[in-house]
Write a protein that binds this ligand. Structure first.
Ligand SMILES: [Zn+2]
Ligand SMILES: [Zn+2]
Length: 108
């Protein structure tokens, strides 16, 4: 439904590799921790030139702490010490890597 902003009903860590968000509209999204970290929306990360992915990179990164910010976002503190990222629910929903969210016409 365009215009409606889904809220997460539940945010759960899946081991150290991924995070699962259950949205109030019933959609379940699974995000790899590395994927989320790479998409950190803070100015510091966005200002950097995109680092080329290193093939075979196995460096683990996971959220040490997840806190809600008001009613619109969550902040994540990462195991690499970075804690400036505030992911709005809208951003998180847009980052959903599932084919349903990414395969269809993407609304901006
Ligand atoms: Zn960042
Ligand atoms: Zn999705």
């Amino acid at each position: 439904m365009p215009g409606s902003e889904a809220m997460p009903q539940e945010i759960r860590r899946l081991g150290v590799h991924a995070l699962r968000i259950l949205w109030e509209d019933g959609h379940e999204a699974e995000y790899g921790n590395r994927y989320l970290r790479d998409h950190c929306p803070c100015a510091e990360c966005r200002g950097k030139p995109q680092a080329l992915p290193i093939v075979g990179q196995t460096e683990e990164v996971y959220p040490v702490q997840i806190a809600t910010v008001g009613r619109y976002a969550v902040s994540m503190q990462w195991s690499d010490g970075h804690d400036a990222g505030i992911y709005s629910y809208q951003t998180l929903r847009r980052l959903c890597p599932c084919p349903r969210c990414n395969g269809t016409a993407r609304a901006t």
